[in-house]
Design a protein around this ligand. Sequence first.
Ligand code: FDM
Length: 219
Amino acid sequence: NASNAASRGAFIVMEGMDRAGKTTQVGKLRHTLEEQGHKVKTIRFPDRTTPMGTMIDGYLQSKTEMADHAIHLLFSANRWEKAAWIKEQISQGYMILCDRYYYSGMVYSAAKKNPALSLEWARTPDVGLPRPDRVIFLDLNAAEAEKRGGYGEEKYEKREMQENARELFLGLAGRGEESSDMVVIDAGHSVEQVASAIWDEVMKVVKAVETVPRRELSV
Ligand code: FDM
């Protein structure tokens, strides 16, 4: 009903390549929303604090090996662990700011170019999760990312993987549900310029959730 819809929070996802500034921008956005009087909670995926998150962490640090499909399903399960909590917070009026979500899930797994693991296959286990109200993709090319201090030591922090993932991310802008949820923002500008471009988008979303009910990912 209308009064419930009026009080729900928005579910906003920040996506992007390593070094694009996701964490910085989530922090700035949180600050701006709170200044405007909104209640905000931030989360990130993978959530390395749960038992499944610990397994993911071991994989990303190359301490353990896992089949491509198995680690993919673990990343998805790590979101499912949090799905009921996300719904609950949104219905209580919290703005949820989420650092990475199923978009990362799809593109990093597909970026491995395993012929048995397509982008479509990769999306399937996430069907039914809370659907974001807006996904902000902070776009940065690999050369710019390397200028920002290069990559770390983790499994996917290699140039080829990053380039494949970026291409797949940008391709999502033309795919079904993702095409209407995702906005691409050039992360190659100053922190303040990027923050202001993000705010322009989020402002619209905050207004829209007053009338748009929360949804789930569909096939
Ligand atoms: N990643 C992240 C995946 O491969 N699948 C997923 O579902 C998610 C959420 O994990 F390389 C990858 C993306 C990145 C790595 O992310 C760890 P952080 O943001 O550096 O913790």
